[in-house]
Design a protein around this ligand. Structure first.
Ligand SMILES: [Zn+2]
Length: 416
C-alpha cells in the first residue's frame, strides 16, 4: 500500500471542494441548492462534471437512466471494473457536499491514479448518480437501483408536483424510457463499489475523528401506531374512568426511548409526531396517532427492537382499555458493507496514521442498492455539528485531504 504525500493530497482536496462549490451554483432555487432528477439543472450539472472528466483524460458516457460516468481505463485486457461514486442530485435547500463530494473525490482519485502511474488491474469507473434523494418522483435511489437491475417500469407513470410523468421527463431529457433497463450492470464485471460520503451525523465529531469506516447501512421500519379510547369532557370525567388515547401515546413514546436506550448494538427508535383527536383543550382525546421510525444495522436487531416496542404498546393498551392499531409504512433491509472492503479501508487509515472508528450509517445511500450486485464499502467524512440536508452543511478541508490519502492508499493496494 502506498502513502500519498500530504501536499499533493491537499491540492486535490482543494480542487474537489472547489468543484463542489461550482456545482452548488447550478440550482433550481435562487437562494439555495436544489437539483432534481431529469431537470435542466440536472443536465447542466452532469455536463459540467463530464467536461471535468474529459479534461482529466477519462472516457465519458451517460447511461440509459441518466447516470454520469467517467473511466480511467486499465492497461490490462478484459479488466473488471471498480466503481467509485455517489450522487449529484440534492434535496431542496441542500448543502454543497451530500453526495457531490463523493463524486468529486472519485474524480480527483482517478487523476491521482493517472499522475502517480498506478498500474491498476481494473477499470476505475467514476459514477455520479442521477437520483438518490428521490425529491422529484417520490421514489429514491433511482440511479443506483437501475444499475442493480431494479428499476421498476411502474415508476415511469409516477408524476412530479407539476404533473409530469417520469416517462415524459426521461424523453425531454433525451433518454428513451424503453431503454432504462439497459442501464443494469453485469455483476460478473464488477469487483467492488466504493462510496465516500459525509457522515451527516454527529458521531465522528464527538469522537474527534476525521474519518470513519462504515460497517453497515441500517435497516429501517416505519409505522403509524394509533390508540382508540373514549372522547370525554375534561371537567366531568373522573381520572379513574378515562380511556385517554393521548396519554397512551405519551407513555409509549417514553417507553420507546427507554427500550432503544437499553439496546447495545447502536439501534435507534424515534417518535417524530403525535396527533390527538379531536384535539381541543377541554376534551379528552379519544383517538391518537404516533409515528415510529426504528433502525438497526442487523435485521435481527431491528426485529428484536420492534418486538419489545410492540409488547410495550400492547401492555399500555390493555392497562388503559384502548384499542391498538399498527400500520406499517416503510421497510428497508439492513445492508452490510463487505468485510474485506472494511478491512482494506481500516488498513489504509492505519497506514496513514489515522484512527478511524467503524460505525453504521443511519441514513440510506446508493451503496444500499449496489450491494445487490457486488461487495460495497463506504468511508465517512466528519460532518461539523452533524448538519446535513441544510445550507450549513460543511466539511473540514484537512478531513477531505485525509479521505484522499486513505482512498489513494486503498487503491494502491491493488496495484500490480
Ligand atoms: Zn447523500
Amino acid at each position: 500500500m502506498q502513502i500519498l504525500n500530504s501536499e499533493l493530497a491537499q491540492k486535490h482536496s482543494q480542487q474537489a471542494l472547489h468543484n463542489c462549490h461550482q456545482l452548488a451554483q447550478i440550482s433550481e432555487m435562487t437562494n439555495g441548492i436544489l437539483r432534481q432528477y431529469l431537470t435542466d439543472k440536472h443536465k447542466a450539472c452532469h455536463q459540467q462534471v463530464a467536461n471535468w472528466m474529459v479534461d482529466a483524460g477519462l472516457t465519458v458516457w451517460q447511461d440509459q437512466v441518466g447516470n454520469q460516468w467517467g473511466r480511467l481505463a486499465s492497461q490490462h485486457q478484459n479488466a473488471p471494473r471498480l466503481i467509485l461514486g455517489s450522487h449529484l442530485d440534492t434535496v431542496p435547500n441542500a448543502g454543497a457536499y451530500d453526495g457531490i463530494l463523493g463524486v468529486m473525490l472519485g474524480l480527483e482519485l482517478a487523476k491521482l491514479a493517472q499522475s502517480q502511474q498506478l498500474d491498476l488491474p481494473f477499470h476505475l469507473d467514476i459514477v455520479g448518480f442521477a437520483d438518490e434523494e428521490g425529491t422529484r418522483f417520490a421514489t429514491t435511489l433511482i440511479g443506483s437501483k437501475a444499475l442493480a437491475g431494479q428499476f421498476s417500469p411502474q415508476w415511469l407513470s409516477i408524476k412530479d408536483a407539476n404533473g409530469i410523468s417520469m416517462e415524459e421527463a426521461l424523453q425531454t431529457f433525451g433518454l428513451n424510457p424503453n431503454e432504462v433497463h439497459n442501464a443494469a450492470l453485469n455483476p460478473a464485471e464488477i469487483i467492488q463499489y466504493w462510496e465516500i460520503h459525509i457522515e451527516q451525523g454527529p458521531v465522528l465529531e464527538a469522537q474527534h475523528h476525521s474519518l470513519g469506516v462504515v460497517s453497515a447501512i441500517a435497516g429501517a421500519k416505519r409505522a403509524i401506531i394509533s390508540y382508540q379510547g373514549q372522547t370525554g369532557h375534561a371537567g366531568t370525567t373522573p381520572m379513574n374512568l378515562r380511556r385517554d388515547a393521548l396519554a397512551a401515546c405519551a407513555e409509549l413514546s417514553l417507553a420507546i426511548e427507554q427500550i432503544a436506550l437499553a439496546c447495545t448494538n447502536q439501534e435507534v427508535a424515534t417518535v417524530g409526531a403525535i396527533k390527538a383527536k379531536p384535539g381541543a383543550t377541554n376534551v379528552i382525546a379519544g383517538l391518537s396517532e404516533m409515528t415510529l421510525d426504528a433502525r438497526a444495522q442487523q435485521d435481527s436487531d431491528l426485529t428484536a427492537l420492534l418486538n419489545k416496542i410492540e409488547t410495550a404498546a400492547q401492555t399500555i393498551a390493555n392497562k388503559r382499555q384502548l384499542t391498538l392499531d399498527w400500520q406499517w409504512t416503510h421497510q428497508a433491509k439492513a445492508v452490510q458493507c463487505a468485510p474485506q472492503v472494511q478491512q482494506l479501508f481500516s488498513a489504509a487509515c492505519e497506514i496513514n496514521q489515522l484512527a478511524a472508528p467503524v460505525l453504521p450509517s443511519g441514513a440510506g445511500h446508493d451503496a444500499m442498492a449496489i450491494a445487490e450486485i457486488c461487495p460495497v464499502g463506504m468511508l465517512f467524512i466528519r460532518s461539523p455539528k452533524g448538519i446535513s440536508h441544510h445550507p450549513d452543511e460543511a466539511v473540514i478541508e484537512s478531513d477531505v485531504t485525509d479521505a484522499i490519502k486513505v482512498m489513494y492508499s486503498a487503491l494502491s493496494y491493488y496495484q500490480n
